[in-house]
Each structure stands twice: as structure tokens, then as C-alpha cells.
Design a protein around this ligand. Sequence first.
Ligand code: VG1
Ligand code: CO
Length: 543
Amino acid sequence: PQVITQATQPIAGQKPGTSGLRKKVKVFAQPNYAENFIQSVFDVVERGDGATLVIGGDGRYHNRTVIQQAIRMAAANGYARVLVGQGGILSTPAASNVIRQYGASGGLVLSASHNPGGPDEDFGIKYNIANGGPAPEGVTEAIYQRTTEITEWRAVDTADIDLDTLGVVDVAGMAVEVIDSVADYAALMEKLFDFGAIRAAVAGGLTMSFDAMHAVTGPYAHEILEKRLGFAPGTVRNGVPLEDFGGHHPDPNMVHAHELFETMFGADAPDFGAASDGDGDRNLIVGRGIFVTPSDSLAMLAANAHLAPAYAGGLKGIARSMPTSAAADLVAQSLGIPAFETPTGWKFFGNLLDAGMATICGEESAGTGSDHVREKDGLWAVLLWLNILAVRKQPVAQIAAEHWAKFGRNYYARHDYEGLPTEAANALMGELNGALATLPGQVFEGLTIETADNFAYTDPVDGSISTNQGVRILFVGGSRIVFRLSGTGTEGATLRVYLERYEPVGGDLAGETPVKLADLIAAADGIAGIARHTGRTEPSVIT
Ligand code: VG1
Ligand code: CO
């Protein structure tokens, strides 16, 4: 078949954010929009002759359309082989695993993660490099530069392939292999964790509830939790991936996964509750009657990881994103291993994992993972928790209480102000940045500011520098507020305010988070003028 060369022009705004290019479906569906971006990727990324490309997405609306076109473009751009998940489905961690396992040069992950899906909602494309992880900033910047000068894109003139039947088909001389979306990932999980111990615990009465939120983890959770581990049928709810996620936000938090919360705080709550997001890289952990904040979950997983076979030899280091609480640092300290603080977004963990400097990484936004892949991994976190529960044979609440008794407790919450006018959000951050030098010494709600800065990160492996990663206000005594703007939204701006108070061993470890953070919440408004700039007196979402 013929290679078609299509003339095009640069389209403004194709700069990848925290995690790829995310826009409304209506934007992506415009002529040349997806093609310009994909061609820009193919033009700049490293790939030898005979390279393999992995393609998979979270199953949202527009997924199949873009996959078919990406296959035609890959064939015209010299790829020898494409591996695509059956039905176009690969969770983000599963895609990362496939890239690594089959030695691909990279992959296209089609997802807007926790953002809603459907004709009027969001879509996204992210490029992952050969280590299986999100392209680092140098690569995303090169892709973006290419989108500003692109003049043509190429595709072969072939029909859509059958994405639903496993096997290999030829597309203009390129082999396209439709692979089982779940098999390789499930096999990897069996290697990392003691499935026998978890199965025995389940047989002994351990119960759980998992909410797949009609997103990508449904098939993975059915296979692993119900089939392989023996949890009762019905343990996985909302397990069928839908193009619009059933009209919901596939965002595992107290607001969007409220059914799970009701179950876990209700009369007949199972032992353990969890949920995942649109593309399967996030996890929400709820014990019977207790919500485990993602920052605490990271710390507790790190402290207990040695109970799972893959981590029995210990951890090399723990990395967390800057806004994530310092709970994990305390674990690293007690284990005598390094703790790293990176900017928001999984791409910053890749070098630390590749260099063997960190084994476990996490973000306050419900992302946790390890060196088994190069993405955060929702089901991995759930399985590590299950492995720990199976070995310790204690309720989640007791594991948490013992953890805090040993390390102290980092009370933590994130307040999001969504859908703000971009100018108002920029004005707030601008004013805050302008005030950094004068903030130390000032007192808000009885809290004295010790230091104030805008976080910059120098990658310890390649020396690359990332600036302007969020404003940090540190108070005397160790409490902290962080302000930053989201880089994943598709409408207006979202201000994220991250609040943290450390309560040492022997202190009030069983308090209510909103009470423990009340003075910090008031101080945040005093320092940044949230109400003054945005007119908002309450956040849209608290996580
Ligand atoms: C958010 C989270 C960040 C996460 C990113 C991608 O970014 O805060 O921790 O890595 O989403 O996660 P931002 O820029 O909106 O704060 V996912 O599950 O959307 O790929
Ligand atoms: Co996600």
C-alpha cells in the first residue's frame, strides 16, 4: 500500500503537561490534531531500525480511532512491529511492562487518566521511552518544539485492523501483534508477591472490595483478585471498562469513589477496600473504617515491603514527589537508606529507578510504584497491601496505628480549587512568588514561617534542572503548605494546596485531620489570598 504524505501546519498548544498531552476529545478530533502530535513524536524520539512500538490506552472514547491511525502512521514511519493491547486496552503500568518485556523502543499510552471520558470530555496521548517510563522533560520539550514546525505527517493507506482478535496481522510490511492485555502483567504480579499467602488469607476469611470505576483495571482486577487469588465474585465492582466510565470521574478519591467509602465505613465492611483510576496507575486504599492517605500508604508500604518476596532483600531508596508528605522520609531514615524529593509527575522517578538508587516511589495523588515497571501502578499497591495483610494478619487500622506510634504521624490533606480563570490563578501564584523573600518571620494563625521558596530539582543522575515546581512554605515546628498549579487539566486552571502537620511520637496520633490542619488551612488563605484572587472560600475537592 501507498504511503500518504499529508501536508499540515503547526497547531498551537501541543505542549505535554505533567503527564502527556491532554485535551477535550473535540480538540483531539480536529483534522491533523492527533496526527501532528504523533508524527512529532516519531520525528524526534530515539528508535533504531526494526524498532517495536507499543500502543494501548484506557479504553475511553476516541481510543480506537487514534490507535488505528497511529498504527497506519507507525507503518509509514519505519517501525518494524507494533504491539497493541486487545481491544486497544493496556493499563498504563501494563503498557510500561510490555515496553520493557519486549524490548520496544517506546510506546504511545492513550489516556487522560482520572479525567472523565466521552465525546464531550477528555482524551490524552503520552509517549513512554524504552525504559517503560514517561518521556523525560528533554524529550517532551523536543516533541513540543517539533509540533511548532511540523509541515507533514505520513501514514499508509490501509483499512482498520481487527483490534479484538489476538494474533499477528500485516500492515504494509509492518507486523501488528494484538496481545492479551492482562496476561504479562498478571504474570509479573505473581512473581513479585506471595500469591499463595494471599490465597490462604482469603480462604481464611480475608475480604475486600475493589472499585474499578468502569475504567481500565476491571479486566486486570477480575483476573488477579477474583480468579487467581480467590476473592468472591463481586469483589470487583464497576469492572467493565466503558468509553465514558459510566458518566463518572474515574478518580479514586473520597468524592468520586464515595460508594467504596460508604462500604468501608458501613456496618458489614470488608477488611480491605481499594480503587483505581482511568488508566490504572493510581490506587486508593481504605481499611475497615479508616482511610489511608496516599502519603501514609507510601510510607507504610515502604516500611513493610520486605514482607513481600520481591522486596525481601530490602529497599535501595525511597523517592517521593515534593508535595507528598515526609512520612516516607522517616521510614527511609529508620531503614538507613536515601530519601529523594522530586517534582510532581512520574517522569522524574525514571532516572532514580534506572540507576538503582530508589526501589519504591510515590506521590500524594494516589500514585505508588516500584522498580518493577517505570509507571506508578495501582494494582501493584493493592497487591502489596494484600501481601502485607496476609503476613501480618492484622487489620489496616492496627497497622496504621503501629506505624504512627513508631514514626509519628504526618497529618495531610490536599485542597483543590478547580476550574479557576487562568488569569486569577496566575495572579495568585505570581503574587506569592513575589512575596517569597519577605515571608520568612511572618506569622499567620500563630504559625511562624521559617522558609519560603519555589522548588527546583537537579536530577542526581543526569544533572538536568527543573525549576518552578511549586511554592513551599515551611513553618517553625515542621508544618508545611505547598501551592502549585495542576498540569493535567483541560479547562481553566486548578490550584492545588497541600497541607501537612507532623505530630511526633507520643503526641496526638488519633486526631481528626480537618481539625489538626485547621490553622494551616486558614494560614493558606492568609498567605496566598485564595478568596481574594479566586472568590472561592471552599475547595472544590479535598483529598
Ligand atoms: C496530577 C498529580 C500528579 C500525577 C499526575 C498524573 O498532576 O498531581 O501527582 O503524577 O496528575 O497522574 P497535576 O499536574 O494535575 O497536579 V495520572 O494518574 O493523571 O497519569
Ligand atoms: Co492515572
